[in-house]
Write a protein that binds this ligand. Structure first.
Ligand code: TXA
Ligand code: MG
Length: 349
């Protein structure tokens, strides 16, 4: 398949290209596009064959439902039914933005889009290119993250091109994604409401509106044998090519442990990488040390993770040792992705 790559952003708006992209989706094709969280791989949510194409292009199991992206809050009623009032309150506060709500689906929405479930995930992104595209495409764009299944979600167009070139009709390069981590997913069909995927909008914030909100216990507990409620959370995810090990403990212990491993690695001819922070980066001795940002800036740390994982792929790193973070605020989301990227390999030192 021929893939057209176009650059569109605030400084270079391109209504012609948006119109063309919308038409591609209306005609059953696929367009990868920027959102404020990560790039999405979009198709017409009401076209079951588009959803099938998305699964194929991603190499994703078809029991893993897609998020339906809308461009107007009121369009929620076209995909969901029996909507509780809290959904409208959350939408008023957090939309457009990085919050995805699980609601009861309308029968008109094809089951291919929802992975066979009778619920639907809905989100209204804030990115202007995304909103323009959704509108041009008819209002309902089903889109997972635009990575090949199992790889880190793309936060730059170059990674979408790497994964999706030849598999989609168009890739819109809108620059980097400001948040860099996927949306928070909250299930409003369960009682109490449940966070299925932690994200930029935190548990602590949501608790103010929904005091009895809970976490899907399978998300952060690596040893849980229960299936997570968001089907996608059960799959190996965000995995870099290298083996990745999360190192948790007092900072001095973490640094000593990683430096020891890096020295050993060098002796064994292994290419060792370190995921550090601004506060610690100069204290490591290893061939490749990358900082996520300052520990005082949880949003910056979240934004850099997926890019750094992709950079290690390009460096043919054998083993990545990563610092870990306390599970609160946005760090909870970063830790969730890091635990998955490492395939639950965490050492305590
Ligand atoms: O920020 C985001 O949410 C990005 C951008 C593109 O919007 N999208 C994204 O989509 O991360 P995806 O498909 O990579 O992740 C969606 C997650 C999956 O884990 C999926 O299983 C879950 O949402 N999900 C979707 N529909 C669901 C439903 N009806 N019930 C439970 N989980 C659902
Ligand atoms: Mg994804």
């Amino acid at each position: 398949m021929n893939t057209k790559v176009v650059k569109i952003n605030r400084i270079q708006p391109n209504p012609g290209a948006i119109y063309e992209a919308g038409l591609i989706i209306k005609n059953g094709g696929l367009v990868a596009f920027p959102t404020e969280t990560v790039y999405g791989l979009g198709g017409d949510a009401f076209n079951s064959s588009s959803s099938k194409k998305i699964y194929e292009a991603k190499g994703r199991p078809s029991d893993n439902p897609l998020i339906v992206h809308i461009a107007n809050i009121t369009d929620i009623d076209a995909v969901a039914t029996d909507i509780p009032s809290i959904a409208y309150e959350l939408a008023a506060k957090y939309w457009p933005g990085p919050l995805t709500m699980i609601l009861k689906k309308r029968p008109e929405l094809p089951k291919e889009t929802t992975g066979g479930l009778d619920t639907v995930a809905v989100r209204m992104p804030v990115n202007e290119v995304a909103l323009d595209l959704i509108t041009a495409a008819g209002g309902f764009v089903a889109a997972p993250s635009a990575n090949r299944s199992g790889k880190p979600s793309p936060t730059l167009a170059q990674y979408v091109i790497e994964d999706m070139y030849g598999f989609v009709d168009m890739i819109i390069d809108g620059g980097d994604c400001e948040i860099g981590l996927e949306s928070t997913i909250i299930d409003l069909t369960s009682s109490p409401a449940m966070i299925l995927r932690p994200g930029y909008i935190t548990f602590e914030e949501l608790k103010e509106m929904i005091p009895d909100i809970v976490f899907d216990g399978t998300i952060l507990d690596a040893s849980s044998e229960e299936a997570p409620k968001a089907p996608g959370m059960k799959y190996r995810h965000y995995a870099p090519k290298a083996e990745m090990i999360l190192v948790t403990g007092p900072t001095e212990n973490v640094i000593a442990y990683i430096n020891e491993k890096a020295t050993r690695g060098r002796e064994n001819g292994q290419n060792i990488g370190v995921i550090a922070t601004d506060e610690t980066q100069y204290l490591y001795v290893a061939p490749s040390i990358k900082t996520l940002g300052s520990r005082n800036n949880e949003k910056q740390i979240a934004k850099n993770l997926f890019r750094i994982l992709r950079e290690f792929d390009d460096e043919d790193t054998d083993i990545i040792y990563a610092e870990s973070f306390e599970e609160k605020g946005v760090f909870r989301a970063t830790m969730n992705r890091m635990i998955k990227a490492s395939g639950n390999k965490e050492v305590r030192v």
